[in-house]
Write a new protein. Structure first.
Length: 382
């Protein structure tokens, strides 16, 4: 159930107050005047280990203290050209996700000719900075190569299956041993819980999903394999269907390890009951991860919208912190300059935790929540 805007503002106030939830400890929500955005955590910035260059109050260092990897999607063009972008990526995050360059249209722009270069650069960056990599993604209805979309409708099911298998085996084999989590199948569900009517479903039925996981596992048995989708954060038809389906896959012996919750939130909608959903997927023996967090709003950002953005970031991080099977919390890009949001939602933006490479209040909200979580029992590292 989505809550009303008034309820959301109440929770905003609670979330941005200093009584932010410590995992496992439920605090009564006090009635407060609207607080000022939180400031930096009050302790000095210094390297975690001398010479590491990682500040002790960075998101990655604080996350490490509670056994949670903090990640970002990475824009490969910026990574290759902007040293400020690089240093924030290295200092603040312990996992990285390729925002675009591991998608099929980049990897195989011409059939049989692979373009692994940009993704290899990201993997090398991660290795150099002690980061793990989330691979994104292997099967999706978007960003397919033009050569495939041009011929797909005329192909037989067997031909489509052969092409998909070839793609997955080639890409996963190339990165074997270097990817922590793969988003094997991306966004396979409609809002009503039916399967997205993409070319794979049209030609192969829902079997394409189990096959994709099996091929990925064959190519890299140690990678954690995820199904990733949006709006699973809300309890309802879509998340119910996804949960039933992944349970069925697991019961059939399909090698699926986890479920990714994208968590693209918007202040004009109510907050999701994300904790309930993380918990029920975890209870079904899945790892879970927040894979694409951001919180967009209408522009220009008002004080109350800023407060709601802080609350939504806080809600998603705290939900993850409270579920030991939640193994990573990833923002979908860290800086508004490079966000996908304005290109997709006219009049909206400011969705990220930095702008112009300066931390915004939502950055300090995440920092503060992590800092508070370090006072609770350690999470189980996985
Ligand atoms: O690379 C071309 C470039 O050659 C061309 O000149 C330019 C002209 O528009 O387009 C470039 O491609 C763009 C691509 O990003 C790389 O920058 C596409 O137009 C643009 O549509 C594409 O957007 C990406 C979007 O996925 C596509 O669906 C966003 O950057 C990316 O953030 C977004 O990420 C998705 C996740 O993969 C899945 N979940 C939702 C999330 C947000 O939509």
């Amino acid at each position: 159930m989505r809550i009303t805007r008034a309820q959301m503002v109440t929770s905003t106030i609670a979330a941005t107050a200093t009584l932010a939830l410590i995992p496992g400890i439920a605090l009564a929500q006090p009635s407060h005047p609207l607080p000022a955005p939180p400031g930096p955590v009050a302790h000095p910035t210094h390297p975690v280990t001398p010479g590491s260059g990682i500040p002790a109050d960075s998101l990655r260092a604080l996350g490490a203290k509670v056994g949670l990897r903090i990640g970002t999607a990475v824009n490969a063009d910026e990574l290759a050209s902007d040293s400020t972008y690089d240093s924030i990526t290295a200092q603040q995050f312990s996992t990285v996700t390729a925002e675009n360059v591991m998608k099929w249209d980049t990897i195989e722009p011409t059939q049989g000719q692979y373009n692994f270069g940009p993704a290899d650069q990201l993997v090398a960056f991660a290795e150099a900075h002690g980061q793990l990599v989330r691979g994104h993604n292997l099967v999706w209805q978007n960003q397919q190569p033009a050569w495939f979309t041009a011929e797909a409708a005329s192909l037989t099911p067997d031909q489509v299956k052969t092409i998909l298998k070839q793609h997955i085996i080639s890409e996963v084999s190339h990165f074997k041993g270097k990817i922590w989590q793969w988003d094997v199948v991306n966004e396979p569900f409609n809002e009503d819980g039916t399967f997205t009517n993409n070319i794979w479903y049209q030609k192969l039925g829902a079997d394409y999903i189990a096959d994709a996981f099996m091929w990925a596992h064959e190519a890299d048995p140690k990678a954690k394999l995820f199904l990733n989708d949006y709006n699973l954060e809300y309890t309802g038809t879509k998340s119910n269907a996804a949960l039933a389906f992944v349970k069925q896959l697991k019961a059939e012996g399909v090698p699926i390890d986890g479920v990714g919750f994208e968590t693209h939130l918007d202040t004009q909608y109510g907050q999701p009951d994300l904790l309930n959903n993380l918990q029920r997927f975890a209870a079904a023996d899945f790892d879970v991860a927040i894979t694409e967090a951001d919180v967009r709003t209408t522009l220009p950002v008002t004080a109350i919208e800023q407060s709601a953005q802080n609350a939504d970031y806080s809600l998603s991080l705290q939900a993850c912190l409270q579920v030991s099977r939640c193994i990573s919390y990833t923002v979908w890009g860290f800086d508004d300059q490079f966000s996908w949001v304005p290109g997709t939602f006219a009049g909206e933006g400011a969705a990220d935790i930095y702008n112009d490479f300066q931390p915004k209040p939502q950055y300090y909200t995440l920092q503060q929540d992590l800092e508070l979580a370090t006072g609770s029992a350690p999470r189980v590292r996985r």
